[in-house]
Ligand binder design. Sequence first.
Ligand SMILES: *Cc1c(COP(=O)(O)O)cnc(C)c1O
Length: 454
Amino acid sequence: MAFDSDRIASDDAKYLWHPFTQMRDWHGEGAPVIVAAEGTTLIDADGNRYIDGVSSLWCNIHGHRHPYIDAAIKDQLDRVAHTTMLGLTHPLAVELAKRLVEIAPDGLARVFYSDSGSTSVEIALKIAFQYWQQKGGSASEKQRFITLEGAYHGDTLGSVSTSGIDLFHSLYKPLLFETIKARAGDGDHMERLLASHSEEVAAVIVEPLVQGAAGMLMHPPGYLARVRELCDLHGVLLICDEVATGFGRTGTMFACEQESVEPDLLCLAKGMSGGYLPLAATLSTEEIYEGFLGDYDEYRTFFHGHTYTGNPLACAAALASLDLFEEEGTLKNLAGKIDLLDGLLDPLSKHPNVAEVRRCGFMVGIELARDPEGGMPYPQEMRVGHRVSCEARERGVIIRPLGDVVILMPPLAIAESDLRRLVEVTVESIESVVEALPHEKEAFAIASAIGPRV
Ligand SMILES: *Cc1c(COP(=O)(O)O)cnc(C)c1O
């Protein structure tokens, strides 16, 4: 099929409102119109090819148009595309729940489906809250959450309340509930907070090992296990948000495994369907689940459910993705690619305009800085990270930064040659942008002339 990319772009500018996008400048950015894909390559309406360097926003695993996943979805399409989990069930939702319980950390025994990372977090928060309410007595005082500074748990109001990224979230403050903020990665601080607040705290929520949207911030080894211990000690639930880290992203199926942590509630989404269709799950322990059983007049039901919850096509994709993890040895192959990636990134960490390269598995953040030695970031308004991604696009690579942290999150199935190319292009793009930047003093003048980032 032929696509008229100019026409699509002008209709896009006329009718669409894009996420996390300043629409005033959007049309001028000339974003590619993606019409097809092959493996880990995206193809635009003009036939240009791009390495999918951020896994189509952190979710693709085995590549696009994988014949096995495609066939599983088509097969289900010939049966039924969607029914409901309210009052009905279907075989794939059941089988997927069973498989998830089998591979998830021990103790997690029940699967509650939804359709995005944000909803999986909302559900975990509501379950944790309701669980303590229904325990009654002094447990009903447990109504608050301990959250980490710099956390990102999604864009709905509950998940925003538990997040801590000011740029996205401070405006909405009047709409949010207050949480107790822990310094990320600081076990002693968590210990003090729990010691003084445990009676009013329902749960601690963390992104295990890596805070993704904060710019790939790594927690020190042992932090997650310590938080688990402290939660146990103080009778507080632990919610692990593995929306970004789950399904192999950190090198193991789930990040929790690396510190042998068993959360009480586990949030899964992004990679769950292999990056094909919207699907999410909140896993809980049997103990929490049992807290919701009772007579009708006790009103212990979990009154929550989304229309497309447990969608059959998405479940088919998720089951096929789990099959591929086994059949293609995805995690085993990944180990070698992580070593390769380490080697490829090594020279970048010594680059004069790179403050730090942070990596956990296939999650990479390259923090750019004007003067790394002096700890000087670029003025935000210069949008250096954004410029790097524009440069990369010209060179056939799609990446998307978080501020001035260049993010690499390739599909786990990326070929070694494409992984090399991805890092090569990233380095070239950083160098090309940095060289073209005006002299330091002028840069500041330009930045203040442009004014604050909207
Ligand atoms: C992306 C993300 C979410 C939100 O998921 P959506 O599907 O975009 O709603 C929640 N938590 C973490 C850790 C994420 O990375």
